[in-house]
Design a protein around this ligand. Structure first.
Ligand code: TYD
Length: 398
């Protein structure tokens, strides 16, 4: 295995086994054609970068059938509103042109509509891009990379801010992405993006963050090192609560802006907690194995007591849990979800049926496995009735 940035040789340190596409919710007629790959991870010591080994081709993951909609969670709608407010407050004075990478259904860009700011979204998945276009948001249905970006000559060095949320870790060719940023950004332009945080994944042993789409799990140390290789620097890092622990990064060209103290502070924390080195990987691997054992034991005990268990929210993350721990229909009767594109299909790999929320209310289980544990607050608030009788479990602490 080679580092996707430095090309140095690295050894995968852990495999999660044979894995399907995390968002590959599937119809029964396609079970036999299902695509699997070996989900393995490695760590570049040079740039502290946690990454997948093999991964499916981007077009296999982001196409006309991509079933994830940013607007499917109230919490995320609120978060994107606050994110846009933060950008406007901090950098809004001269903000004229903003591009969002992986703009999905336009939930984030929608917040700039009445601000006389030109916004453009890059979104490769056709179905979600269409939702964004219908909202009146200029959306380019293409991957954000140098090859595609350089066709927009009129935008060269014209963009004040390029933003992204939960998108950059999905892009295997980061070099091409950064070349694209360099092409578009003004001399003092900024790249502001949020990603799930490696430090939080270690702390919670939330290994379900690892799946085909998450090619990288970033830390402040890795982002600093990556961007330094290409004439950019990290000028701020701000922890976020989203996705079970994320980090907001602000990047500019070298020597253009003051570096916030946060960067130094978090890097010191990462050294202390082994987030920037290989020791952290080995500890994480052991913790994953322990977590798997504990979860299987918990499910076995419940099944011995004849408890009915169902999954709550057919998240992409749940694909890793179910396939890594080998949990199937014999343990989990169905998974309920709000997304109409998923209902009626089956979970990737384990083929557990996906049902509507009405089905959940009409056929309540004894125990609900909360796969969307990162939306716990929102879900517990609306499922008070179920909580009176039923129990919640998860593979992480709730
Ligand atoms: P999320 O954790 O945001 O994403 P991921 O798929 O990347 O792991 O979960 C999104 C899924 O959870 C989506 O299928 C909708 C579902 N969901 C519900 O069914 N009910 C809810 O209340 C919430 C918040 C999400």
């Amino acid at each position: 295995m080679r580092c996707k940035i430095t090309n140095e040789k690295i050894n995968p340190f852990m495999s999660f086994g044979r894995m399907p596409i995390a968002n590959g919710f599937i119809n029964e007629k396609n079970f036999k054609k299902e695509f699997f790959f070996n989900l393995e991870v490695g760590f570049s010591k040079k740039i502290s970068l946690f990454q997948l080994n093999n991964h499916p081709k981007p077009k296999q993951m982001f196409n006309q059938n991509y079933p994830f909609f940013s607007g499917s969670s109230k919490g995320m709608i609120k978060h994107f509103k606050n994110f846009s407010k933060w950008i406007k407050k901090k950098y809004g004075k001269n903000l004229k042109n903003l591009i969002d990478i992986g703009s999905n259904d336009g939930t984030f860009l929608n917040n700039f509509k009445n601000n006389k700011i030109n916004v453009i979204g890059f979104e490769p998945s056709k179905n979600v891009a269409q939702v964004s276009k219908k909202r009146g948001i200029k959306t380019i249905n293409k991957f954000f990379n140098y090859q595609n970006v350089k066709k927009f000559k009129s935008l060269k060095k014209k963009i004040d801010i390029i933003s992204a949320a939960n998108a950059i870790c999905h892009i295997p060719n980061l070099k091409s992405l950064i070349k694209g940023l360099d092409y578009l950004l003004k001399d003092d332009g900024l790249f502001i993006f949020e990603e799930p945080y490696l430090g939080s994944m270690y702390e919670k042993t939330s290994y379900d963050q690892i799946y085909d789409e998450h090619i990288f799990m970033f830390s402040v140390s890795s982002i600093k090192k990556i961007f330094n290789l290409f004439g950019f620097e990290l000028i701020n890092a701000i922890p976020q609560k989203t996705h079970g622990g994320s980090m907001r990064y602000v990047v500019s060209r070298i020597n253009k802006r003051k570096i916030n103290q946060n960067v130094k502070k978090i890097i010191r924390f990462e050294k202390k907690k082994n987030v920037d080195n290989f020791e952290g990987c080995i500890k994480f691997k052991k913790n994953c194995e322990k977590s798997k054992e504990k979860l299987l034991m918990k499910i076995k005990k419940l099944k011995n007591k004849n408890k009915k268990i169902v999954g709550y929210a057919a998240t992409s993350k749940s694909t890793t849990i179910l396939n890594y721990c080998n949990i199937g229909k014999d343990s989990i009767d169905y998974i309920c979800d709000t997304t109409k594109e998923k209902i009626g299909k089956y979970s990737p790999g384990k083929h557990i049926p996906i049902k509507s929320m009405n089905h959940f209310y009409n056929n309540p289980p004894d125990v609900a496995f909360l796969f969307a544990w990162n939306h716990k607050k929102e879900i517990f608030k609306k499922e008070k009735k179920f909580s009176q009788k039923g129990d919640w479990i998860a593979h992480v602490k709730l």
